[in-house]
Design a protein around this ligand. Structure first.
Ligand code: PMM
Length: 273
């Protein structure tokens, strides 16, 4: 899944793709590089970000979704708003990527369930970006993995109860959302447990701050976002081997390269068995 952020303040694109035409061109480029899905988002979720008005979010994402769907792409909309999800599905998106897992908008689950052909991605989330890092506390037994199992399991149950089909429901542990660095590493280590929730998993690690911290320079300054792709690719390989459904990434070309190598070797390992 390639990221198409149509926001003025997305940390990794620096707002370069705000203009509709630039976002469409970026989406097309990601498809040409081998993205299976392009994920179009009009709300930045970086820590501390403020929310755009609904009309603003709609005007950012709809023309981009329309153009990319028309070009034959499988398009997802990255939104927490039922109104935006409904409009995006009408404009040609087939996947709703909701980082709040239905918590931000009480109408979301029913809206997606009303479109049986749509796939829903429910991410683990605790609060909007302005206060999510205050809630990055996992003191209970089993730490962050146990908490995510309980909280994401509840979102799975709510989505299924709302009528979303089990084969249309994808879960996401929500790296970086109400999580500190160590929490993300714990979740990556405990991914098998999250897979135990019984739904396919999407993981979004691409260029996130915990990788910047891992790769900090000698003075402790984090590695800048655009220079975190090699680390992202290392994680992608591990995630692919664990059988995740998808990875949400900025660098599609490099991701494809990693997956080609993995598939080639995986084929040989099977041949040898
Ligand atoms: N991360 C971001 C935005 N949307 N969606 C899902 N499902 N999972 C994620 O981890 C995720 C997401 C934030 O990253 P960005 O600002 O680089 O787009």
């Amino acid at each position: 899944m390639g990221v198409v952020n149509v926001t003025p303040d997305s940390f990794s694109d620096g707002g370069r793709f705000l203009a509709t035409d630039a976002a469409i061109a970026h989406g097309r480029a990601l498809l040409a590089q081998g993205a299976d899905i392009v994920d179009v988002g009009g709300e930045s979720t970086r820590p501390g970000a403020t929310r755009p008005l609904v009309a603003e979010e709609l005007s950012r994402v709809l023309p981009v979704i329309e153009a990319l769907a028309e070009a034959g792409a499988r398009v997802s909309v990255d939104t927490m708003r039922a109104e935006v999800a409904a409009a995006a599905l009408a404009a040609g998106a087939t996947i709703v990527n909701d980082v709040s897992g239905g918590l931000a908008d009480p109408a979301m689950l029913a809206t997606v369930a009303a479109r049986p052909e749509a796939t829903y991605i429910a991410m683990h989330w605790r609060a909007h970006s302005d206060r999510m890092q205050d809630l990055a506390v996992y003191d209970g037994p089993g730490g962050v993995v146990a908490a995510v199992l309980t909280e994401l399991g509840a979102r799975r149950d709510a989505a299924l109860a709302a009528g979303i089909a089990p084969d249309r429901l994808v879960l996401d542990p929500g790296l970086g959302f109400a999580k500190r660095g160590e929490h993300n590493w714990d979740l990556l280590t405990g991914l098998d447990a999250v897979q135990g929730l019984g739904q396919p998993l999407l993981v979004g690690a691409s260029r996130k701050a915990f990788l910047g911290a891992l790769l900090a320079d000698a003075d402790g300054a984090p590695r800048p976002a655009p220079e975190r792709d090699t680390a992202t690719h290392a994680l992608t390989l591990l995630l692919a081997r664990r059988g995740v459904w998808g990875v949400r990434v900025h660098d599609v070309r490099g991701t494809r390269d990693v997956l080609e190598v993995w598939r080639r070797l995986e084929g040989r390992e099977e041949d040898e068995e």
